[in-house]
Design a binder for this molecule. Structure first.
Ligand code: GLY
Ligand code: MN
Ligand code: MN
Length: 439
């Protein structure tokens, strides 16, 4: 059961309407997605839509109407249908949606084209997801055009704005309940990473480790994985988006696991890298401790007022220095940074917002393009990595084929930060101990 109730959604809608002087907001649910022929992916609600109303069904629309005098909240849903209930499960339907959700009006979505005409009448501003090409948004624009062409209608839609930017600005700061949901996701993900460390042996396949983790996610009630799991043995870790997970795990290699579950639509996002046989080689441990040192230093610098861009810059300096210390790069750190030489071995950013989406699409900059400062309630991943390809003859042989990333989920607090995933082991010693534990 989600911790969010109608009060939370009402407050969010109020905050959204505070951004708007006058106008109509229309948000559509996600369409169901076909996997192949007549089979579908499990349904996942659109995060912006869900954030504003908590409704979990497809074929639904949320409309907020604001005039100088009043605001009105309207939900459009699929009516209850016996046939659908028999094959696909029961929908809430109009009456129960009225009882369950705090809406001023609930309508049958099949009457949308008629009702929206009345809702749009006399309004000059429309707020939608500008990139939503669903039939409903297309219908709303068509209706706005019809109204413009109708004699006697004096006021009509003159401007269409992107509403997602406003919603995603709200999504940046997580409420206590949202943080609890993220923690719930992380708690299960922690068990899954520890399970993988305990189960890992050479000769296992990457997908077997993935399966052990999926079992933990599902047996603890997580409804989904937050993203496609990466279980990358040895040199596979140097393919950043490796999701095949079909190779065998070899003695003496590391395995990088970037996998996490979603809880009540809130993501977690965790990476750990550990030895397949439970014991780091000297070379692996040397690189591992460099990455860990960078991660700890970056996390330690997080607090309200710090700019995200500064943190990125700082992490690049630390990674570049780590690569020099390892003898992988040579020269002055400043010169190497200017030439972006470190990007060959540390190509991705230090982290991203996380929440209803694993890569929460909240803004990184303000309206002037200035990097945002951290504020209490923001959640960001911190995930430095060093990747040395097996075929990179420019690097000492002992380091070739090593790919390491360490990723935690960090909450900005009033006074600094809280590492929400601090319970997942990550010092080399603790990892080796965990790998020895029996399941
Ligand atoms: N798991 C995706 C990422 O770390 O960004
Ligand atoms: Mn991440
Ligand atoms: Mn990740």
């Amino acid at each position: 059961m989600s911790l969010m109730n109608e009060k939370h959604y009402e407050l969010r809608r109020q905050k959204l309407l505070n951004f708007i002087e006058e106008g109509v907001v229309i948000l559509a649910s996600s369409p169901p997605k076909t996997r192949s022929n007549d089979t579908e992916y499990p349904y996942r609600q659109n995060s912006d839509f869900y954030y504003m109303c908590g409704f979990q069904e497809d074929n639904a629309l949320l409309v907020l109407v604001k005039t100088k005098e009043l605001s009105k909240i309207v939900l459009f849903v699929e009516p209850y249908n016996e046939e659908h209930a028999l094959w696909n499960g029961s929908r809430l339907g109009i009456e129960r949606a009225k009882e369950r959700f705090c809406m001023d009006e609930v309508y049958d979505i099949h009457g949308f084209s008629i009702v929206i005409k009345e809702l749009l009448r006399d309004h000059v501003a429309l707020y939608i997801d500008l990139f939503d090409e669903s039939e409903w948004i297309t219908q709303a624009k068509k209706t706005a055009k019809e109204l413009r062409e109708t004699r006697g209608v004096k006021r009509h839609i003159k401007a269409i704005y992107d509403v997602t930017h406003l919603i995603r600005t709200l999504r940046l700061i997580k409420s206590d309940e949202e943080i609890t949901e993220i923690k719930n996701a992380i708690n299960i993900t922690a068990l899954a990473h520890h399970e993988a460390m305990k189960r890992c042996r050479s000769g296992l396949y990457e997908y077997e480790l993935q399966a052990y983790m999926s079992y933990v996610f599902q047996s603890h009630g997580a409804q989904a994985e937050a993203y496609g799991a990466i279980v990358a043995g040895g040199n596979n870790a140097n393919t950043l988006h490796y999701i095949d997970n079909r190779d065998v795990l070899h003695e003496g290699d590391l395995v990088l696991i970037d996998a996490a579950c979603e809880w009540e639509l809130y993501a977690s996002d965790i990476t750990r890298t550990f030895p397949v046989n439970g014991k780091f080689t000297v070379a692996q441990k040397t690189v591992y401790e460099k990455v860990l040192d960078v991660q700890l230093k970056v996390i330690e610098a997080m607090k309200p007022g710090v700019k995200r861009d500064w943190l990125q810059q700082y992490s690049e300096e630390l990674l570049c220095q780590a690569l020099i210390d390892l003898g992988i790069l040579s020269g002055k750190c400043k010169t190497l940074l200017e030439a972006k030489a470190h990007k060959k071995y540390a190509p991705h950013g230090i982290g991203h917002w996380m929440g209803l989406d694993v890569h929460d699409p909240c803004p990184y900059v303000d309206d002037e393009g200035e990097s945002l400062c951290f504020t209490a309630g923001m959640v960001m991943t911190i995930e430095p990595g060093i990747y040395i390809r097996a075929d990179d003859a420019t690097v000492d042989e002992k380091y070739r084929g090593i790919g390491i990333r360490i990723e935690d989920d960090i909450l900005i607090t009033e006074n600094g930060y809280e590492n929400l995933s601090a319970m997942i082991v990550k010092t080399a010693d603790d990892i080796e101990k965990m790998c020895k534990e029996l399941v």
